[in-house]
Design a protein around this ligand. Structure first.
Ligand SMILES: Cc1cc2nc3c(=O)[nH]c(=O)nc-3n(C[C@H](O)[C@H](O)[C@H](O)COP(=O)(O)OP(=O)(O)OC[C@H]3O[C@@H](n4cnc5c(N)ncnc54)[C@H](O)[C@@H]3O)c2cc1C
Length: 459
Protein backbone atom coordinates (compact mmCIF):
# COMPACT_ATOMS: atom_id res chain seq x y z
CA UNK A 1 0.00 0.00 0.00
CA UNK A 2 1.60 3.29 -1.10
CA UNK A 3 1.72 6.39 1.08
CA UNK A 4 -0.23 9.13 -0.70
CA UNK A 5 0.91 12.77 -0.88
CA UNK A 6 -0.13 15.75 -2.96
CA UNK A 7 3.46 16.10 -4.16
CA UNK A 8 6.80 14.31 -4.06
CA UNK A 9 10.10 16.19 -4.41
CA UNK A 10 13.14 14.04 -5.20
CA UNK A 11 16.39 15.77 -4.27
CA UNK A 12 17.25 18.59 -1.92
CA UNK A 13 19.10 20.74 -4.42
CA UNK A 14 18.64 24.43 -4.91
CA UNK A 15 15.06 24.25 -6.16
CA UNK A 16 13.58 21.49 -3.98
CA UNK A 17 13.48 23.12 -0.52
CA UNK A 18 12.08 26.42 -1.79
CA UNK A 19 9.44 24.63 -3.84
CA UNK A 20 8.54 22.50 -0.81
CA UNK A 21 8.02 25.75 1.09
CA UNK A 22 5.59 27.08 -1.50
CA UNK A 23 3.70 23.78 -1.87
CA UNK A 24 3.30 23.22 1.87
CA UNK A 25 2.41 26.90 2.26
CA UNK A 26 -0.43 26.27 -0.20
CA UNK A 27 -1.66 23.47 2.07
CA UNK A 28 -0.27 20.50 0.14
CA UNK A 29 1.20 17.40 1.73
CA UNK A 30 4.73 16.82 0.47
CA UNK A 31 7.13 13.85 0.59
CA UNK A 32 10.70 15.17 0.41
CA UNK A 33 13.22 12.54 -0.67
CA UNK A 34 16.97 13.07 -0.20
CA UNK A 35 19.66 10.41 -0.25
CA UNK A 36 22.69 12.25 1.06
CA UNK A 37 22.50 15.77 2.46
CA UNK A 38 20.28 18.83 2.69
CA UNK A 39 21.28 21.62 0.33
CA UNK A 40 22.71 19.51 -2.50
CA UNK A 41 25.87 20.29 -4.44
CA UNK A 42 25.98 24.05 -4.03
CA UNK A 43 25.93 24.02 -0.26
CA UNK A 44 27.99 20.86 0.34
CA UNK A 45 30.58 20.57 -2.44
CA UNK A 46 29.98 23.43 -4.85
CA UNK A 47 29.45 27.16 -4.51
CA UNK A 48 29.53 27.66 -0.75
CA UNK A 49 32.67 25.69 0.16
CA UNK A 50 34.61 26.70 -2.94
CA UNK A 51 33.92 30.38 -2.38
CA UNK A 52 34.89 30.00 1.29
CA UNK A 53 38.17 28.43 0.13
CA UNK A 54 38.66 31.11 -2.54
CA UNK A 55 38.32 33.72 0.24
CA UNK A 56 41.07 32.03 2.30
CA UNK A 57 43.26 31.83 -0.79
CA UNK A 58 42.69 35.51 -1.53
CA UNK A 59 43.62 36.42 2.04
CA UNK A 60 46.91 34.51 1.64
CA UNK A 61 47.54 36.22 -1.70
CA UNK A 62 46.92 39.71 -0.33
CA UNK A 63 48.96 38.97 2.78
CA UNK A 64 51.93 38.02 0.59
CA UNK A 65 51.53 41.31 -1.27
CA UNK A 66 51.67 43.27 1.99
CA UNK A 67 54.69 45.31 0.93
CA UNK A 68 52.82 46.59 -2.18
CA UNK A 69 50.44 48.34 0.20
CA UNK A 70 53.07 49.62 2.59
CA UNK A 71 52.17 47.06 5.22
CA UNK A 72 54.86 45.26 7.20
CA UNK A 73 54.52 41.74 8.52
CA UNK A 74 56.73 40.12 11.15
CA UNK A 75 57.57 36.92 9.29
CA UNK A 76 56.71 34.73 6.33
CA UNK A 77 53.05 34.24 5.42
CA UNK A 78 51.91 30.70 6.18
CA UNK A 79 48.71 28.81 5.39
CA UNK A 80 47.27 26.32 7.88
CA UNK A 81 45.30 23.98 5.65
CA UNK A 82 43.48 22.39 8.58
CA UNK A 83 42.29 25.81 9.73
CA UNK A 84 41.29 26.68 6.15
CA UNK A 85 39.22 23.50 5.95
CA UNK A 86 37.72 24.06 9.40
CA UNK A 87 36.59 27.55 8.39
CA UNK A 88 35.05 26.16 5.21
CA UNK A 89 33.37 23.32 7.13
CA UNK A 90 31.84 25.74 9.63
CA UNK A 91 30.36 27.85 6.83
CA UNK A 92 28.98 24.75 5.09
CA UNK A 93 27.53 23.36 8.32
CA UNK A 94 25.72 26.61 9.06
CA UNK A 95 24.17 26.51 5.56
CA UNK A 96 23.21 22.84 5.74
CA UNK A 97 21.70 23.27 9.20
CA UNK A 98 19.69 26.27 8.01
CA UNK A 99 18.25 24.27 5.07
CA UNK A 100 17.51 21.32 7.38
CA UNK A 101 15.68 23.54 9.91
CA UNK A 102 13.75 25.24 7.13
CA UNK A 103 12.60 21.97 5.55
CA UNK A 104 11.85 20.14 8.80
CA UNK A 105 9.65 22.98 10.03
CA UNK A 106 7.41 22.95 6.98
CA UNK A 107 3.90 21.84 7.98
CA UNK A 108 2.63 18.83 6.04
CA UNK A 109 6.10 17.77 4.89
CA UNK A 110 7.71 14.41 5.57
CA UNK A 111 11.39 13.78 4.89
CA UNK A 112 12.40 10.37 3.46
CA UNK A 113 16.15 9.66 3.64
CA UNK A 114 17.22 7.37 0.83
CA UNK A 115 17.54 6.97 -2.91
CA UNK A 116 14.28 7.77 -4.70
CA UNK A 117 13.39 5.83 -7.84
CA UNK A 118 10.26 5.78 -10.01
CA UNK A 119 8.46 2.44 -10.14
CA UNK A 120 5.45 3.73 -12.12
CA UNK A 121 4.26 7.06 -13.55
CA UNK A 122 3.12 8.56 -10.23
CA UNK A 123 4.96 6.28 -7.87
CA UNK A 124 8.39 6.58 -6.23
CA UNK A 125 10.10 3.98 -4.09
CA UNK A 126 12.47 4.88 -1.22
CA UNK A 127 14.07 2.20 0.95
CA UNK A 128 11.33 -0.28 -0.05
CA UNK A 129 8.52 2.17 0.81
CA UNK A 130 6.17 3.21 -2.00
CA UNK A 131 5.07 6.85 -2.26
CA UNK A 132 2.39 8.13 -4.62
CA UNK A 133 1.48 11.64 -5.79
CA UNK A 134 -0.22 13.43 -8.66
CA UNK A 135 2.67 15.88 -8.85
CA UNK A 136 6.34 14.86 -8.78
CA UNK A 137 9.29 17.25 -8.95
CA UNK A 138 12.75 15.96 -9.84
CA UNK A 139 15.64 18.03 -8.42
CA UNK A 140 18.41 15.44 -8.33
CA UNK A 141 21.24 17.55 -9.80
CA UNK A 142 24.46 16.05 -11.07
CA UNK A 143 27.86 14.77 -10.06
CA UNK A 144 31.44 14.99 -11.35
CA UNK A 145 32.02 13.29 -14.66
CA UNK A 146 34.69 10.63 -14.30
CA UNK A 147 36.02 9.68 -17.73
CA UNK A 148 36.18 5.98 -18.60
CA UNK A 149 39.98 5.96 -18.93
CA UNK A 150 41.15 2.48 -17.90
CA UNK A 151 44.18 4.17 -16.29
CA UNK A 152 41.92 5.73 -13.65
CA UNK A 153 41.56 2.32 -12.03
CA UNK A 154 45.22 2.39 -11.05
CA UNK A 155 45.48 5.78 -9.34
CA UNK A 156 43.52 7.61 -6.67
CA UNK A 157 42.08 10.85 -8.02
CA UNK A 158 40.29 13.84 -6.57
CA UNK A 159 37.03 15.45 -7.67
CA UNK A 160 35.31 18.57 -6.39
CA UNK A 161 33.61 16.30 -3.81
CA UNK A 162 36.77 14.70 -2.37
CA UNK A 163 38.58 18.06 -2.53
CA UNK A 164 36.30 19.08 0.32
CA UNK A 165 38.17 16.68 2.63
CA UNK A 166 41.64 17.99 1.73
CA UNK A 167 43.24 19.45 4.86
CA UNK A 168 46.85 19.26 3.64
CA UNK A 169 48.85 20.97 0.95
CA UNK A 170 49.34 18.77 -2.11
CA UNK A 171 52.92 19.07 -3.26
CA UNK A 172 52.03 19.25 -6.92
CA UNK A 173 48.38 19.21 -7.93
CA UNK A 174 47.60 18.42 -11.54
CA UNK A 175 44.18 19.74 -12.49
CA UNK A 176 42.76 17.95 -15.50
CA UNK A 177 40.28 20.38 -17.08
CA UNK A 178 40.90 24.07 -17.67
CA UNK A 179 37.35 25.27 -17.29
CA UNK A 180 35.24 26.86 -14.55
CA UNK A 181 35.55 24.30 -11.73
CA UNK A 182 39.17 23.39 -12.48
CA UNK A 183 40.44 26.96 -12.63
CA UNK A 184 38.92 27.96 -9.30
CA UNK A 185 40.65 25.03 -7.61
CA UNK A 186 43.90 25.64 -9.50
CA UNK A 187 44.25 29.23 -8.37
CA UNK A 188 43.20 28.56 -4.79
CA UNK A 189 45.65 25.67 -4.33
CA UNK A 190 48.43 27.69 -5.91
CA UNK A 191 47.74 30.52 -3.49
CA UNK A 192 47.77 28.07 -0.59
CA UNK A 193 51.32 27.20 -1.69
CA UNK A 194 51.00 24.09 -3.88
CA UNK A 195 52.66 23.72 -7.23
CA UNK A 196 49.79 23.50 -9.75
CA UNK A 197 49.60 22.39 -13.36
CA UNK A 198 46.42 22.69 -15.41
CA UNK A 199 46.04 20.23 -18.27
CA UNK A 200 43.43 21.12 -20.87
CA UNK A 201 42.70 19.28 -24.09
CA UNK A 202 41.41 22.35 -25.97
CA UNK A 203 43.81 24.89 -27.49
CA UNK A 204 42.78 27.41 -24.81
CA UNK A 205 41.35 27.66 -21.29
CA UNK A 206 37.57 28.11 -20.80
CA UNK A 207 37.08 27.46 -24.51
CA UNK A 208 33.43 28.55 -24.44
CA UNK A 209 34.52 32.14 -23.79
CA UNK A 210 35.89 34.61 -26.34
CA UNK A 211 39.55 34.12 -27.21
CA UNK A 212 40.62 37.37 -25.55
CA UNK A 213 38.98 36.21 -22.31
CA UNK A 214 40.75 32.83 -22.43
CA UNK A 215 44.05 34.55 -23.08
CA UNK A 216 43.62 37.09 -20.29
CA UNK A 217 42.65 34.36 -17.80
CA UNK A 218 45.67 32.29 -18.89
CA UNK A 219 47.89 35.32 -18.27
CA UNK A 220 46.38 35.98 -14.84
CA UNK A 221 46.94 32.38 -13.73
CA UNK A 222 50.39 32.06 -15.32
CA UNK A 223 51.73 35.16 -13.57
CA UNK A 224 50.90 33.50 -10.24
CA UNK A 225 53.02 30.53 -11.26
CA UNK A 226 50.35 28.08 -12.43
CA UNK A 227 51.70 25.90 -15.22
CA UNK A 228 49.24 25.53 -18.09
CA UNK A 229 49.37 22.75 -20.67
CA UNK A 230 46.98 23.19 -23.58
CA UNK A 231 46.23 20.96 -26.57
CA UNK A 232 46.60 17.93 -24.31
CA UNK A 233 45.42 14.94 -26.30
CA UNK A 234 45.00 11.40 -25.02
CA UNK A 235 45.13 12.38 -21.36
CA UNK A 236 45.84 9.44 -19.06
CA UNK A 237 47.11 8.83 -15.54
CA UNK A 238 49.39 6.25 -14.01
CA UNK A 239 51.02 5.68 -10.61
CA UNK A 240 54.52 7.05 -10.05
CA UNK A 241 57.05 7.60 -7.27
CA UNK A 242 55.85 11.20 -7.01
CA UNK A 243 52.25 9.99 -6.64
CA UNK A 244 50.88 10.25 -10.14
CA UNK A 245 51.95 10.92 -13.71
CA UNK A 246 49.53 12.57 -16.11
CA UNK A 247 50.34 11.80 -19.71
CA UNK A 248 49.20 14.67 -21.82
CA UNK A 249 50.69 14.09 -25.26
CA UNK A 250 50.85 17.84 -25.56
CA UNK A 251 51.69 19.76 -28.69
CA UNK A 252 53.94 21.81 -26.42
CA UNK A 253 56.16 20.62 -23.57
CA UNK A 254 56.94 17.19 -22.20
CA UNK A 255 54.34 14.49 -22.81
CA UNK A 256 54.28 13.43 -19.17
CA UNK A 257 53.73 15.54 -16.05
CA UNK A 258 54.69 13.98 -12.72
CA UNK A 259 52.69 15.28 -9.76
CA UNK A 260 51.57 14.30 -6.28
CA UNK A 261 47.77 14.48 -6.79
CA UNK A 262 45.37 14.72 -9.68
CA UNK A 263 42.04 16.54 -9.66
CA UNK A 264 39.53 15.64 -12.35
CA UNK A 265 37.47 18.65 -13.40
CA UNK A 266 36.26 17.58 -16.82
CA UNK A 267 32.54 18.24 -16.52
CA UNK A 268 29.43 17.01 -14.77
CA UNK A 269 26.77 14.42 -15.51
CA UNK A 270 23.13 14.33 -14.44
CA UNK A 271 21.96 11.89 -11.74
CA UNK A 272 19.40 10.21 -13.97
CA UNK A 273 20.59 6.72 -14.81
CA UNK A 274 19.25 5.16 -11.61
CA UNK A 275 16.02 7.12 -11.25
CA UNK A 276 13.66 4.59 -12.84
CA UNK A 277 12.74 7.11 -15.54
CA UNK A 278 11.67 4.39 -17.97
CA UNK A 279 9.09 3.10 -15.48
CA UNK A 280 7.55 6.56 -15.46
CA UNK A 281 7.93 7.08 -19.24
CA UNK A 282 10.13 10.16 -18.73
CA UNK A 283 12.40 11.07 -21.64
CA UNK A 284 16.04 12.12 -21.46
CA UNK A 285 18.33 13.49 -24.13
CA UNK A 286 21.39 11.59 -25.36
CA UNK A 287 23.52 12.99 -22.49
CA UNK A 288 21.05 11.88 -19.80
CA UNK A 289 19.44 15.27 -19.08
CA UNK A 290 15.68 15.14 -18.57
CA UNK A 291 13.84 16.81 -21.45
CA UNK A 292 11.57 19.66 -20.34
CA UNK A 293 9.43 22.32 -21.98
CA UNK A 294 9.63 26.05 -21.35
CA UNK A 295 7.74 25.63 -18.06
CA UNK A 296 9.95 22.72 -16.95
CA UNK A 297 7.31 20.02 -17.50
CA UNK A 298 8.68 16.66 -18.59
CA UNK A 299 6.87 14.65 -21.26
CA UNK A 300 5.15 12.68 -18.45
CA UNK A 301 2.02 14.44 -17.15
CA UNK A 302 2.40 15.76 -13.59
CA UNK A 303 6.20 15.46 -13.53
CA UNK A 304 8.60 18.43 -13.59
CA UNK A 305 12.42 18.52 -13.64
CA UNK A 306 14.28 21.42 -12.05
CA UNK A 307 17.92 22.42 -11.71
CA UNK A 308 21.02 20.94 -13.35
CA UNK A 309 19.20 17.71 -14.21
CA UNK A 310 17.19 19.38 -16.98
CA UNK A 311 20.27 20.68 -18.80
CA UNK A 312 18.77 24.17 -19.10
CA UNK A 313 21.22 25.68 -16.61
CA UNK A 314 24.17 24.61 -14.51
CA UNK A 315 24.07 27.12 -11.70
CA UNK A 316 22.45 27.68 -8.38
CA UNK A 317 20.72 30.80 -9.66
CA UNK A 318 19.26 28.89 -12.62
CA UNK A 319 18.04 26.09 -10.32
CA UNK A 320 16.45 28.71 -8.06
CA UNK A 321 14.88 30.40 -11.07
CA UNK A 322 13.50 27.00 -12.11
CA UNK A 323 11.75 26.81 -8.72
CA UNK A 324 10.31 30.30 -9.27
CA UNK A 325 9.05 29.35 -12.75
CA UNK A 326 7.35 26.16 -11.54
CA UNK A 327 5.83 27.85 -8.48
CA UNK A 328 4.61 30.82 -10.52
CA UNK A 329 2.91 28.58 -13.09
CA UNK A 330 1.42 26.17 -10.55
CA UNK A 331 0.42 28.48 -7.74
CA UNK A 332 0.33 32.08 -8.96
CA UNK A 333 -1.26 31.78 -12.40
CA UNK A 334 1.83 33.56 -13.70
CA UNK A 335 3.12 32.03 -16.96
CA UNK A 336 6.85 32.49 -16.34
CA UNK A 337 9.17 30.71 -18.78
CA UNK A 338 12.78 29.47 -18.91
CA UNK A 339 13.30 31.48 -22.08
CA UNK A 340 12.61 34.68 -20.11
CA UNK A 341 15.99 34.07 -18.47
CA UNK A 342 19.15 35.87 -19.59
CA UNK A 343 22.26 33.69 -19.24
CA UNK A 344 24.51 35.06 -16.50
CA UNK A 345 27.31 33.51 -14.46
CA UNK A 346 30.71 34.12 -12.97
CA UNK A 347 34.06 32.40 -12.83
CA UNK A 348 35.30 33.00 -9.30
CA UNK A 349 38.99 33.23 -9.89
CA UNK A 350 40.63 36.42 -8.65
CA UNK A 351 39.96 38.76 -10.33
CA UNK A 352 36.57 37.26 -11.17
CA UNK A 353 34.91 36.99 -14.54
CA UNK A 354 31.31 38.24 -14.66
CA UNK A 355 29.48 37.19 -17.82
CA UNK A 356 26.07 37.96 -19.19
CA UNK A 357 24.39 37.26 -22.52
CA UNK A 358 26.39 36.54 -25.63
CA UNK A 359 30.10 36.99 -26.26
CA UNK A 360 31.85 38.76 -29.11
CA UNK A 361 32.36 35.57 -31.13
CA UNK A 362 28.65 34.75 -30.93
CA UNK A 363 27.77 38.29 -31.99
CA UNK A 364 30.17 37.95 -34.93
CA UNK A 365 28.66 34.61 -35.93
CA UNK A 366 25.15 36.08 -35.86
CA UNK A 367 26.10 38.45 -38.67
CA UNK A 368 24.00 41.24 -37.08
CA UNK A 369 25.43 44.77 -37.00
CA UNK A 370 27.08 44.97 -33.59
CA UNK A 371 28.83 47.59 -31.49
CA UNK A 372 31.57 46.69 -29.02
CA UNK A 373 33.08 48.65 -26.15
CA UNK A 374 36.31 47.47 -24.55
CA UNK A 375 38.35 48.94 -21.72
CA UNK A 376 41.28 47.61 -19.68
CA UNK A 377 40.91 47.56 -15.90
CA UNK A 378 43.90 49.91 -15.71
CA UNK A 379 41.38 52.64 -16.68
CA UNK A 380 39.28 51.97 -13.59
CA UNK A 381 40.32 54.30 -10.76
CA UNK A 382 39.05 52.01 -8.03
CA UNK A 383 41.04 49.10 -9.46
CA UNK A 384 44.20 51.23 -9.50
CA UNK A 385 43.64 52.34 -5.92
CA UNK A 386 43.20 48.74 -4.84
CA UNK A 387 46.22 47.57 -6.78
CA UNK A 388 44.10 45.15 -8.81
CA UNK A 389 44.25 46.24 -12.43
CA UNK A 390 44.30 42.89 -14.25
CA UNK A 391 41.60 42.14 -16.80
CA UNK A 392 39.25 44.13 -18.98
CA UNK A 393 35.60 45.00 -19.56
CA UNK A 394 33.77 44.38 -22.79
CA UNK A 395 30.19 45.08 -23.72
CA UNK A 396 28.27 44.04 -26.84
CA UNK A 397 25.36 46.08 -28.23
CA UNK A 398 22.97 45.27 -31.05
CA UNK A 399 23.37 48.27 -33.36
CA UNK A 400 19.82 48.28 -34.71
CA UNK A 401 17.89 47.93 -31.45
CA UNK A 402 20.57 49.60 -29.27
CA UNK A 403 19.99 46.81 -26.76
CA UNK A 404 22.91 45.42 -24.75
CA UNK A 405 23.19 41.76 -25.73
CA UNK A 406 26.20 40.70 -23.70
CA UNK A 407 29.04 41.72 -21.45
CA UNK A 408 32.28 40.34 -20.06
CA UNK A 409 33.70 41.94 -16.97
CA UNK A 410 37.01 40.29 -16.11
CA UNK A 411 38.38 42.30 -13.24
CA UNK A 412 38.01 43.19 -9.61
CA UNK A 413 34.30 43.16 -8.66
CA UNK A 414 33.34 42.05 -12.18
CA UNK A 415 31.02 39.45 -10.64
CA UNK A 416 29.04 42.24 -8.95
CA UNK A 417 29.28 45.02 -11.53
CA UNK A 418 27.76 42.78 -14.23
CA UNK A 419 24.37 43.14 -12.53
CA UNK A 420 24.26 46.79 -13.51
CA UNK A 421 24.13 45.52 -17.10
CA UNK A 422 21.78 42.56 -16.72
CA UNK A 423 19.08 44.65 -15.05
CA UNK A 424 18.96 46.98 -18.05
CA UNK A 425 18.84 43.92 -20.32
CA UNK A 426 15.83 42.61 -18.36
CA UNK A 427 14.22 46.06 -18.62
CA UNK A 428 14.68 45.77 -22.42
CA UNK A 429 15.98 49.33 -22.30
CA UNK A 430 18.55 50.76 -24.75
CA UNK A 431 22.18 50.99 -23.67
CA UNK A 432 21.83 54.77 -23.34
CA UNK A 433 19.95 54.20 -20.08
CA UNK A 434 23.26 53.18 -18.53
CA UNK A 435 25.56 55.34 -20.60
CA UNK A 436 23.71 58.42 -19.29
CA UNK A 437 23.41 57.16 -15.72
CA UNK A 438 25.52 58.63 -12.93
CA UNK A 439 27.34 55.99 -10.89
CA UNK A 440 29.24 56.41 -7.62
CA UNK A 441 32.88 57.46 -7.76
CA UNK A 442 35.17 55.62 -7.20
CA UNK A 443 33.65 52.22 -8.01
CA UNK A 444 34.23 49.61 -10.68
CA UNK A 445 30.64 50.00 -11.92
CA UNK A 446 31.33 53.69 -12.42
CA UNK A 447 33.19 52.86 -15.63
CA UNK A 448 30.29 51.03 -17.28
CA UNK A 449 28.67 54.26 -18.58
CA UNK A 450 32.07 55.30 -19.92
CA UNK A 451 32.51 51.87 -21.51
CA UNK A 452 29.18 52.32 -23.27
CA UNK A 453 30.19 55.75 -24.50
CA UNK A 454 33.11 54.18 -26.35
CA UNK A 455 31.19 51.75 -28.58
CA UNK A 456 32.64 50.97 -31.99
CA UNK A 457 31.35 48.77 -34.81
CA UNK A 458 32.54 45.18 -34.54
CA UNK A 459 35.27 44.83 -37.14
C1 LIG B 1 32.90 22.94 -7.54
C2 LIG B 1 31.60 23.60 -7.93
C3 LIG B 1 31.44 24.96 -7.72
C4 LIG B 1 30.25 25.58 -8.07
N1 LIG B 1 30.14 26.92 -7.88
C5 LIG B 1 29.01 27.54 -8.25
C6 LIG B 1 28.87 28.95 -8.06
O1 LIG B 1 29.75 29.61 -7.53
N2 LIG B 1 27.70 29.53 -8.44
C7 LIG B 1 26.68 28.81 -9.00
O2 LIG B 1 25.66 29.39 -9.34
N3 LIG B 1 26.79 27.48 -9.20
C8 LIG B 1 27.92 26.84 -8.84
N4 LIG B 1 28.03 25.49 -9.02
C9 LIG B 1 26.89 24.77 -9.61
C10 LIG B 1 25.81 24.51 -8.55
O3 LIG B 1 26.36 23.83 -7.45
C11 LIG B 1 24.70 23.68 -9.17
O4 LIG B 1 24.27 24.31 -10.34
C12 LIG B 1 23.53 23.58 -8.22
O5 LIG B 1 23.89 22.96 -7.02
C13 LIG B 1 22.41 22.79 -8.91
O6 LIG B 1 21.44 22.50 -7.99
P1 LIG B 1 20.35 21.43 -8.28
O7 LIG B 1 19.13 21.99 -7.63
O8 LIG B 1 20.21 21.09 -9.69
O9 LIG B 1 20.83 20.08 -7.55
P2 LIG B 1 22.02 19.69 -6.59
O10 LIG B 1 22.48 20.85 -5.80
O11 LIG B 1 23.02 18.93 -7.36
O12 LIG B 1 21.30 18.72 -5.56
C14 LIG B 1 20.71 17.50 -5.93
C15 LIG B 1 20.36 16.71 -4.68
O13 LIG B 1 19.63 15.56 -5.08
C16 LIG B 1 20.05 14.45 -4.30
N5 LIG B 1 19.75 13.23 -5.09
C17 LIG B 1 20.26 12.89 -6.28
N6 LIG B 1 19.66 11.76 -6.73
C18 LIG B 1 18.76 11.40 -5.79
C19 LIG B 1 17.84 10.34 -5.70
N7 LIG B 1 17.69 9.45 -6.67
N8 LIG B 1 17.08 10.25 -4.58
C20 LIG B 1 17.20 11.18 -3.59
N9 LIG B 1 18.05 12.21 -3.64
C21 LIG B 1 18.81 12.33 -4.74
C22 LIG B 1 21.53 14.70 -4.10
O14 LIG B 1 22.00 14.01 -2.97
C23 LIG B 1 21.56 16.21 -3.92
O15 LIG B 1 21.43 16.57 -2.56
C24 LIG B 1 29.20 24.83 -8.65
C25 LIG B 1 29.34 23.45 -8.85
C26 LIG B 1 30.53 22.84 -8.49
C27 LIG B 1 30.66 21.37 -8.71
Amino acid sequence: MAQRFDAIIIGSGQAGPALAGRLTGAGMSVAFVEREHFGGTCVNDGCTPTKALVASAQAAFVARRHADFGVTVGGPIGVDMRAVKARKDAIVKASVDAVARWVRNMPGLRVYWGHGRFTAPHRVEVNGEELEAEKIFINVGGRPLVPDWPSLKSVPYLTNVSMMQVDFLPEHLIVVGGSYVGLEFAQMLCRFGARVTVVEQAPRLIPREDEDVSEAVRGILAREGIEIRLNARCIGVSPADTGVVVSADCAEGAPEIPGSHVLLAVGRRPNTEDLGLTAAGIECDERGFIKVDDQLRTNAPGVWALGDVNGRGAFTHTAWNDYEIVAANLLDNDPRRVTDRIPIYALFIDPPLGRVGIGESEARASGRPTLVGRMPMTRVGRAVERGETLGFMKVIVDERSRAIVGATLLGVNGDEAVHSIVDVMYAKAPYTVISRAVHIHPTVTELIPTLLQSLKPLS
